[in-house]
Design a protein around this ligand. Structure first.
Ligand code: IMP
Length: 195
C-alpha cells in the first residue's frame, strides 16, 4: 500500500503522545498511529544514542510502509554520571521497568555528588519522501536530593529546571509543556512542516 503525502505516521504506541502531537500539527496533515498504517510489530531501539534510536524507528516505518513518518526518543543526561541514564533512561534500574526504581537508583548514585547539573534531551527523526530530518530539544536543570511533586512522569520529581524553584513534577502540565525538551523538539518539527 502507498500512503498519501498528507499522511504522517507517529512511530509510537503511546496514545498520550499521539493526542498531544495531533493538536500541534498543521491541518493539512493527517496523523496516524502505527496500528493505523497496519504496523503491529514492536519497533527496535537498539543503538546507543537518541539520534540512532529515533532514526532506527522512523527508517523502519519508511522502508517497510513507504509512509512519511517521525519517531522520538528522549532521556535524562546527568553530568556527574558521565551522561547516564541517557539512552537507557526508561529501564535504568532494569526490568520490570519502574519510574520509582529508576529515580531511587539515580538518587543513590548521586548521593555524594555536589555537581548536580543535568539535562533532558529529545531527538525527533522525521522522514518525508525518504529525506531524513532531525530535531533536538534540550531542557537544562539540576537533580535535587529528594523527590518532590506528583505531576508528570519518569524523573520529573527530581528534576529542577534552570531558573525554577519547583520540580517538573510540581509545575502544571501546561507549564511543563512550555519548556520541555519534547515540546522544543516538536515545535521545531512543526515549523519545518509548516514551511
Ligand atoms: P521516551 O523516549 O519519551 O519514551 O523517554 C524515555 C525515558 O526517558 C522515559 O521512560 C523516562 O524515564 C525518561 N523521560 C523522558 N522524558 C521525560 C520527561 O519529560 N520527564 C521525566 N522523564 C522523562
Amino acid at each position: 500500500m502507498t500512503f498519501s503525502d498528507q499522511i504522517l505516521c507517529f512511530a509510537t504506541r503511546n496514545q498520550g503522545k499521539i493526542k498531544e502531537i495531533g493538536a500541534l500539527l498543521p491541518p493539512h496533515l493527517v496523523l496516524k498511529s502505527l496500528d493505523e498504517i497496519g504496523c503491529f510489530e514492536e519497533l527496535e531501539e537498539t543503538t546507543d544514542t537518541l539520534e540512532g534510536n529515533s532514526l532506527q524507528k522512523a527508517a523502519y516505518v519508511w522502508e517497510k510502509y513507504q509512509c512519511n513518518c517521525f519517531a522520538d526518543d528522549s532521556g535524562l543526561f546527568i553530568d556527574a554520571l558521565a551522561g547516564r541514564p541517557g539512552v537507557h533512561s526508561a529501564y535504568y534500574a532494569g526490568e520490570p521497568r519502574s519510574y520509582e526504581r529508576n529515580v531511587a537508583l539515580v538518587l543513590e548514585e548521586m548521593k555524594n555528588e555536589t555537581h548536580r547539573n543535568a539535562h533532558f534531551k529529545t531527538v525527533i527523526t522525521c522522514i518525508i519522501a525518504g529525506n531524513v530530518h532531525q530535531f533536538t530539544g534540550i531542557l537544562e536543570g539540576k537533580i535535587i536530593h529528594t523527590p518532590q511533586g506528583s505531576n508528570g512522569f519518569g524523573y520529573d520529581p527530581i528534576f529542577l529546571p534552570k531558573g525554577y524553584t519547583q520540580t517538573l513534577a510540581e509545575i502544571s502540565p501546561a507549564e511543563k509543556n512550555k519548556i520541555s525538551h519534547r515540546s522544543l523538539a516538536f515545535s521545531q518539527m512543526k515549523n519545518f512542516l509548516h514551511s
